[in-house]
Design a protein around this ligand. Sequence first.
Ligand SMILES: [Mg+2]
Ligand SMILES: [Zn+2]
Length: 249
Amino acid sequence: MAGNVQTFPPVERQLIVFDFDWSLADQDSDRWVLEVLAPKLRKKMKELKKEVQWTDLVASCMQELHEQGGTREQIEDALRLMPVHPAMIRGVSSLKSRGKTTFFLLSNANIIYITTVLKSKGLESLFHEIVTNPAEWDPSGLLKVRRRIDPSGPQHNCKVGCSPNMCKGEELDAFLKRHGSEFDRIVYVGDGSNDLCPVLRLRKQDVVFCRRYRGLYSLIKPYEEEGRLPCGVQYWTGAWEAEALLDEL
Ligand SMILES: [Mg+2]
Ligand SMILES: [Zn+2]
């Protein structure tokens, strides 16, 4: 499969949906910030991952970092250092410049992390819409991160295995409803296990660009092998391979 880039049929209007961590970006933002600023909190995050809902865990790590004297400037600096591969930046910028493609970011990170990283790479106007967890700086410099779906209200009904804070499949459907338009093709770029749900809602003319050797890859393989995947699939490992795929769209 490697290096075997297919050409995709030409379309009038297409939607490209990007996951953020390890898909558009070449790192995981929640972990990265703590790896740069507070390795002990990074370790704690690893230890508590199974017990505490991820968004809540990020929020409590931010609280602790703040109590230890971590500042907004330090967090922003760490985010500005976070790798987004130049090949990925080239690929998305070129696709955007060719017109006809709507860019939608669907992520389990948070809006402050995402917009800070995008801005640092000159990508602040890439996406037409970003759906993620809300976050804001309070005046003391604490980053307050919340789940997109408030834990005290109605929860999503996803049976595929999305995290309680957000069902990416429901969010993709809601986006398509909001925009009320038919896209000739949807391209989904993802790597994580929570990207499976939206991928299973794609159509046969759509395609997933799945990053190898991560959560989505192991989940999608049996679907592909048993012919149960509703869409096409292309695999990539390095961002340069994703760029080659983007260049074919
Ligand atoms: Mg990801
Ligand atoms: Zn879901």
